[in-house]
Design a protein around this ligand. Structure first.
Ligand SMILES: [Ca+2]
Length: 277
């Protein structure tokens, strides 16, 4: 672990041997299962160790941060002060990943907190290497209050050679495909969960209910495919949308809210779209 940190420091902008990746929590938006009095979720990242995020006494209470980007996360540090109730976090779980779902989360469980010491920073690592994700959560599998006074998440931005760019103009599927191919590499395909997350981030500024992807249906052969021939192993279809359509002229889009599921729509629907640049 130390060697990884050292290597990152040497290849980064600074040559300080003891540097650590920056705290990326300050860029994020937070939420929690409920709010006790005025103790909102953002108090866990406000830089003030005396102000804490604090849920009510919930069943399986949780706190989550959306880092609004994809990061390689090295460690998560938590500080809790002494409170009127027990503020130690023993048995709480820390998870990192691409899913915003709390229950039945597919995110990697980094740690189950044990022997939590108050009034000191406690640091947790996911693994012996950084774990990539957009969301970090802390949650209990029991009924109690969850209290977090300060959380720091040390990580570095995870870059991709293929950037996804949203276009806010509205076009039919075929016009969107032509536009992407004339001006960039192609219209976006989504072969894995990380790329799905990049598409969700790109679609945050969309002005239409869905955005076109490079998903196409062949009536002759009766299957869906990506126009750049990416494999279809990863799937994020809304229920019932990947079955054989009644109409042939259909293409695939991603919803811009909720679960960002893929939906099939008539080709002549005018939508924003995402290109690979
Ligand atoms: Ca605070």
């Amino acid at each position: 672990m130390q060697w990884i940190l050292f290597s990152v420091c040497l290849t980064g902008a600074t040559l300080l041997a003891n540097c650590t990746p920056e705290n990326v929590a300050t860029n994020g938006t937070t939420s929690q299962s409920s709010i006790y009095e005025i103790h909102v979720s953002s108090r866990a990242i406000d830089g003030d160790k005396t102000l804490c995020a604090h849920t009510r006494c919930d069943e399986n209470p949780w706190w989550m941060i959306d880092l609004l980007g994809i990061y390689n996360i090295f460690n998560i540090s938590i500080y809790n002060k002494v409170g009127d109730t027990d503020t130690r976090l023993n048995k709480a779980e820390i998870r990192v990943g691409y899913s915003r779902e709390i229950n039945h989360s597919t995110n990697t469980k980094c740690a189950t907190i044990d022997n939590f010491t108050l009034k000191e920073w406690q640091s947790y690592q996911c693994d012996d290497k950084p774990v990539a994700g957009r969301y970090v959560s802390v949650q209990y599998q029991e009924t109690k209050n969850l209290i977090l006074c300060e959380v720091k998440i040390h990580g570095t931005k995870k870059e991709s050679p293929n950037k996804l760019m949203l276009y806010n103009m509205t076009k039919t599927w075929e016009d969107a495909l032509d536009y992407c191919r004339e001006n960039h590499k192609d219209i976006a395909s989504i072969p894995d969960r990380e790329t799905q997350t990049r598409a969700e981030l790109a679609a945050m500024e969309a002005g239409t209910h869905s955005v076109w992807l490079g998903l196409r249906y062949t009536c002759v052969l009766e299957f869906w495919f990506w126009v750049d021939n990416e494999n279809l192993e990863f799937s994020h279809w809304a229920p019932g949308n990947d079955t054989t359509p009644a109409d042939c002229d259909m293409s695939g889009a991603m919803e811009t809210s909720g679960g960002h599921r893929w939906v099939r729509l008539p080709d002549d629907t005018k939508l924003n779209f995402i290109c690979v640049v």
